[in-house]
Design a protein around this ligand. Sequence first.
Ligand code: GLV
Ligand code: MN
Ligand code: MN
Length: 391
Amino acid sequence: MTATFAELWAEIAPIGRAPAGGYLRYAFSEPELVLRDWFRNQADRRDMEVTEDGNGNLFAWWGAPYGHGAVVTGSHFDSVPHGGGYDGPLGIVSAFLAIDALRDRSVVPGKPVAIAAFVEEEGARFGVPCLGSRLLTGAIDPELAAALRDRDGVTFGEALGARPAGALPDLMDRVSAVVELHIEQGRALDVPVGVASAIWPHGRWRFDFTGDGDHAGTTRMADRHDAMLTFAYTVLTANKEARLAGAHATMARVAVEPNATNAIPSLVRGWLDARAADTPTLERLVEAVVKRTVDRAGRDGTQVTVEPESVSPEVAFDADLARRLAALLGGAPILPTGAGHDAGVLSAHVPTAMLFVRNPSGVSHAPAEHATDGDCAAGVAALATVLEDLT
Ligand code: GLV
Ligand code: MN
Ligand code: MN
């Protein structure tokens, strides 16, 4: 007898759960390695061969590994700090269960199916999101990826244990379609399952503000060159410009030196996450924030430099495929998202679709992220239908 959604979900639910709430499942951290072992074990139980692509991505094959016309499904195990448990793992658990469902119906696929576990989708450890799928498709230079450092100074190459293999055209050329199932992340879906139309263009920009470190008690207000002040202005201006543009801007990560209560900071490093429905709007938003920040730094007597750490172009998923899958699923809604996904990176190379599972509160990247077992089971059934169709 095959497992139910609730049974299989319960196997991974405790892995990487943080006492303070949510999950800590960074790429190659202990919990993520346990999840990778779980993945191999699930594949083993189903007689599915597992291959690694030299970039940190795992593939479990139903049918011949690297076979012609392969259909890739799956998602990622890694989380943002204290993120929800569904973002990523839902797509992997659902993929194993969808294959169970097809086997229970004695479906014999005409093409191989691969369940992927992509590495470092969130960029929570090494800073660049969708790192595994970018490497696989040649969207990032392997040397550059290898040199990315986490907050403790460990490089991606060190964590991987090798120089990343980079683009694998032999694999990508054999893939006929990609379908990633994911929890919906923005209160945009009011039925159990939807189909993705697009991903907003988005990116991460690092702002380094430098000023003069000094004594908090003795430095006169008029004499200060306070990097925190310029940073604070940038946070407010990013929010305002995003509202005016109908876009999204967030500054949620910050590092301060010396980070002392009684010392004016000499350095503040803040990261801007900006997203918009189209590229011109995103570019105008970031330009406006940078311009206002530079003006303000001039008034504060501080300096600012801005470095794009990753920029992800607008993704329009294959519209014919989305329409066909939506019809196959009984008229499922087709909707865009502001969240990034490996499927977005892969869509530049292969016909790609995404299925979204309803998220009743819309919360994601936070401990309250949730989907009901009933909706997740509906997601599994939808993925099985789609895989049967695509193979
Ligand atoms: C990934 O989840 C992102 O959109 O940041
Ligand atoms: Mn995410
Ligand atoms: Mn995700």
